[in-house]
Design a protein around this ligand. Structure first.
Ligand code: FMN
Length: 174
């Protein structure tokens, strides 16, 4: 099973990227979690750019999505919203036949609970016909307090939740 991890934060020491790296480390041998680190290279979504040959970063993103069995999005909320860079990336997947029906999990890693962004993101994903896996939608509040000084996840509860989310996402579609 191949899970594509997408972080909603471009920050070098992003806690959400750290959560995805923790998910990768926690995943069973049969599950590969690979991070897509190119959403910062995507142009601003513009239907005029989306012709027969989309911009190369868009092609690379869509290929990575197509080659995955499921997506795990880990994101903070910014001012109670979805970070623009993540919404922009998702806009490039609207109507992408390889995205429709894709199993998706959401990790909300924010200073607070990130509930506003999580609800908005789930609404966007539903509208895009993703198959949201409820057991893989989790909240890791006060996320910065759960990393060690090296930026690795150091919280047993959060690690257990991530592990359960990855396992749920990796279940074959019912
Ligand atoms: C522009 C901006 C807006 C933010 N807005 C919120 C918010 O609405 N709710 C919240 O819980 N945290 C908010 N935060 C704090 C983030 O949750 C926190 O910085 C988190 O660590 C960012 O994720 P990252 O570590 O993956 O970059 C905001 C941070 C930034 C930079």
């Amino acid at each position: 099973v191949r899970i594509l991890g997408i972080s909603g934060s471009l920050r070098r020491r992003s806690t959400n990227t750290a959560l995805l790296l923790a998910a990768k480390a926690l995943a069973p041998d049969s599950v590969a979690v690979d991070l897509f680190d190119g959403i910062g290279e995507l142009p601003y979504f513009n239907p005029d750019l989306d012709g027969e040959t989309p911009p190369p970063p868009v092609g690379a993103f869509r290929r990575a999505v197509a080659e995955s069995d499921a997506l795990l999005i880990s994101t903070p909320e910014y001012a109670h919203g979805i970070p623009g860079v993540l919404k922009n990336a998702l806009d490039w997947l609207v109507s992408d036949p390889d995205f429709v029906g894709k199993r998706v999990g959401v990790v909300s890693g924010s200073a607070s609970e990130g509930g506003f962004a999580q609800r908005a993101l789930l609404e966007v994903l539903r509208t895009m016909s993703a198959k949201i896996v409820p057991e893989a939608v989790i909240t890791i509040a006060a996320v910065r307090s759960k990393l060690d000084p090296e930026g690795s996840l150091a919280d047993d509860g959060a690690a257990a939740e991530l592990k359960r989310a990855v396992a749920a996402l990796a279940q074959p579609a019912k």
